[in-house]
Design a protein around this ligand. Structure first.
Ligand code: EPU
Length: 301
């Protein structure tokens, strides 16, 4: 039995073949996935993990595609869009709010709903694109705060097909890092703790944080910051000081608004973006002696 047959016999969700990933990535460009699967249940993810034990294919998890640069993937891409829900529980006695949310739910929807209901905690996340699953795996953050601060637990499917729940204390988190990223686990859902607050104050904070993003480029497709900041330097400032703003290969350009953003002016190819960002990384290394670490995940061939 070949892989296609095995997957379609066992899974109860759509499987697409030879799919362009461009529309699934905020860069607006991407290679092809041999198989793109959109499961709705943890059970289907278990079945994919089990099939992988047998066939050893490359496997990539995709949320909103807002932090990735993907070439061709000769294997399986699992889309988390089927895990799209959020439940809000108020624990009146302590002003505590528990938010249980599917990995494919957008973080900005949690932010928006929290503002509407007057729950504080997620203000820092205003403007962060991407799904909750992606945010948890990459420990997304802004304003010096990150999602690990609010995380209670994560439910995921492990590489050997077990569905487990991990307490946030068992997950190592750092700046744009969580140990989940190395585990190979697929997150199905997680829970956050927020608190009841004053809607007016929450809105004010969100507006303050939002205004700090005014120098980020929104007119063109992009994948947020390309590089992580170092412990001492802002990657954007380093790239700017090294003259990277405005550098261009094909339709890929380093934004003149913020040097840590690479924008797609229209028809950028993955190869253009890749070449440009590696070139800029080399320039910073030559001029400053600092090797920047990618925040964007580059995957595929
Ligand atoms: N700067 C420059 N030139 C530039 C860009 C920035 O001189 O081209 C300077 C700024 O003037 C400022 C400093 O560098 O003094 C820091 O810049 P900024 O305030 O824009 O913050 P950042 O460190 O570049 C981080 C996150 C962003 C997040 C903002 C706001 C990282 C890699 N980036 O940017 O996150 O939106 O703070 O909190 O941590 C992302 O993760 O995709 C992202 C965009």
């Amino acid at each position: 039995m070949d892989l296609r047959e095995l997957l379609s016999r066992n899974l109860s969700c759509p499987i697409e073949e030879n799919v362009s990933l461009a529309k699934y990535c905020t860069f607006g460009t991407g290679g092809k996935a041999k198989y793109l699967i959109s499961p709705y249940s943890a059970l289907d993810v278990v079945r994919i993990m089990n099939a992988r034990e047998q066939y050893h294919f490359p496997l990539f998890f995709l949320g909103n595609g807002s932090n990735v640069l993907l070439s061709d993937i000769e294997g399986v891409v699992i889309l988390s869009s089927g895990f799209n829900y959020a439940d809000y529980y108020e624990c009146k006695e302590k002003n505590k709010v528990i938010i249980e949310v599917g990995s494919g739910h957008l973080l900005k929807s949690v932010v928006k709903e929290s503002i509407r209901r007057g729950y504080k905690g997620f203000e820092f996340a205003v403007g962060i694109p991407g799904t909750v699953g992606g945010a948890v795996v990459g420990n997304a953050g802004a304003q010096g705060i990150d999602v690990s601060r609010l995380l209670l637990w994560v439910e995921c499917v492990t590489t050997d097909g077990a569905v487990i729940r991990m307490d946030s204390n068992d997950i190592v988190s750092g700046y744009r890092y969580s140990s989940l990223s190395e585990s190979g686990c697929f997150i199905t859902k997680c829970a956050f703790e927020a608190a009841s607050g004053d809607v007016r104050l929450i809105k004010e904070k969100c507006l303050e944080y939002w205004s700090k993003r005014s120098h980020q480029p929104y007119a063109y497709k992009n994948a947020g910051c390309i590089f992580k900041n170092t412990s001492n330097y802002s990657a954007g400032r380093l790239l700017d000081e090294c003259g990277c703003k405005g550098k261009r290969i094909g339709d890929a350009e380093i934004s003149s608004l913020h040097a840590n953003f690479c924008v797609n002016l229209g028809n950028a190819r993955v190869a253009d973006i890749k070449k440009l960002i590696y070139e800029c990384r080399d320039i910073v290394y030559e001029k400053k002696g600092i090797l920047l670490d990618f925040e964007v995940k580059i995957f595929g061939f």
